[in-house]
Write a protein that binds this ligand. Structure first.
Ligand code: SF4
Ligand code: SF4
Length: 383
């Protein structure tokens, strides 16, 4: 398969300009007509992690979704818009309304499909929405963001959204080790098999994403046929060594060849960010990974060294709205209540960061222990 990644500058969410940028990116891959044939049922799958406004940069922006729907219609396909969202308490209608997807679908002319209601089927023990069989083609419309567990979340991780509701939490319980979890992500991305991935990098998220970080102007639309290639280029743009990302390093071991990626559009060297802030966990997990301090070595060293650098989530009572989302979402039931507020039991916690990922109120932070602080200071004495 041709392995191109298109990079197009786009510094605004103006509908017209976004449409032109998305079209240009897809044209550089052969045009949407080379993917969508007349009469095809096409699922447009954004990142709808949580029921928050598009300005928070948590979810794919509606203008990017509208541009993709418009292109599908121009290619005479029938567009559908859908996702299985991450939260367990917010209904799909609220999610679609808050993220402005209801409006986007109505404006651009796509039918909204509730993937949760279609049910799921097991693929190698992983429950995936039956939606993957309902459509002739899936377009993955992902977001340029950081992530506490996987460092960045882009095209590959967006397919995890095809796992319905609480099945997502089961995956964290079944694969508590980050490398095993990423191996599962690669399988899911393969099963979902989007024909095309388009990334909303106009305003992405830096810092403690995928929900608690800060919006970051990046000014780019990216597109690729191969989700891994898109994520590789995203890491380069973020100024993060792609090998420090567990999904990418694992994929390379399994035969993914980043040297075969051909950049089209803007040259990569001109769009690399010099000041992109990775998540707090990156300093520890990324460095640990670089030195092979995970997997078997991690197991061997437990409980002596690893515990000293492990980053646990902690609830900030001053921000907590007691919505109960984190309590329900925790795959190992590590969160209970203490004096009226949720509290993490560190002995049970497997550091999957689902609670951090799903708290809309940024009330789940990462506990900064003294050893980690000293370590980070030594790595970057200027900070
Ligand atoms: S920490 Fe966040 S998710 Fe958990 S109860 Fe409080 S507000 Fe809700
Ligand atoms: S407390 Fe948070 S990080 Fe720990 S296992 Fe539960 S959801 Fe995962």
């Amino acid at each position: 398969m041709e392995n191109k990644v298109a990079i197009i500058k786009c510094g605004t969410y103006d509908d017209g300009k976004v449409y032109l940028a998305v079209k240009e990116s897809v044209d550089l891959l052969g045009g949407l007509n080379s993917f969508v044939k007349p009469g095809m049922r096409v699922l447009v799958k954004p990142n709808l992690l949580s029921a928050v406004a598009p300005e928070r940069a948590v979810t794919t922006h509606p203008s990017v979704v509208k541009a993709v729907i418009r292109l599908v219609k121009e290619a005479k396909g029938t567009p559908f818009l859908g996702d299985c969202h991450g939260g367990v308490l917010t209904g799909t209608e609220v999610l679609l309304a808050e993220t402005k997807m209801t409006e986007a679908a109505a404006e651009a002319g796509a039918e909204i499909i509730n993937l949760e209601k279609l049910g799921s089927e097991l693929h190698e023990g992983i429950a995936i929405s039956k939606g993957i069989k309902e459509f002739d083609l899936i377009i993955n419309v992902c977001k340029f963001k950081t992530h506490g567990l996987t460092i960045l979340t882009g095209a590959v991780k967006n397919s995890f959204g095809m796992i319905p509701g609480m099945h997502k939490a089961s995956m964290h319980r079944l694969y508590p080790e980050v490398n095993d979890f990423c191996e599962m992500l690669l399988k899911v991305s393969g099963f979902v098999n989007p024909a095309l991935s388009i990334m909303d990098g106009v305003i992405g998220m830096e810092g403690d994403g995928p929900i608690g970080g800060n919006p970051k102007s990046i000014g780019l639309i990216l597109a690729a046929k191969v989700p891994l290639s898109l994520d590789f280029v995203m890491a380069k743009i973020a100024g993060i060594d792609p090998l420090a990302l567990p999904v990418l390093s694992l994929a390379i071991k399994k035969g993914f060849k980043p040297e075969e990626i051909k950049i089209v559009g803007e040259p990569l060297s001109e769009v690399i960010l010099k000041d992109f802030k990775p998540p707090y966990t990156f300093a520890v997990l990324g460095t640990a990974k670089k030195y092979g301090f995970t997997g078997k070595i991690k197991t061997f060293l437990q409980p002596f060294l690893w515990k000293l650098v492990t980053i646990k989530p902690v609830i900030d009572n001053s921000k907590c709205q007691k919505c109960n989302e984190c309590v329900k979402a925790c795959p190992v039931k590590a969160i209970g209540y203490d004096k009226g507020f949720p509290r993490v039991d560190n002995k049970i916690c497997i550091e999957c960061y689902c609670c951090h990922e799903l708290c809309r109120y940024k009330a789940v932070a990462f506990k900064k222990n003294l050893l980690v602080k000293i370590w980070l200071k030594r790595q970057n004495p200027k900070k």
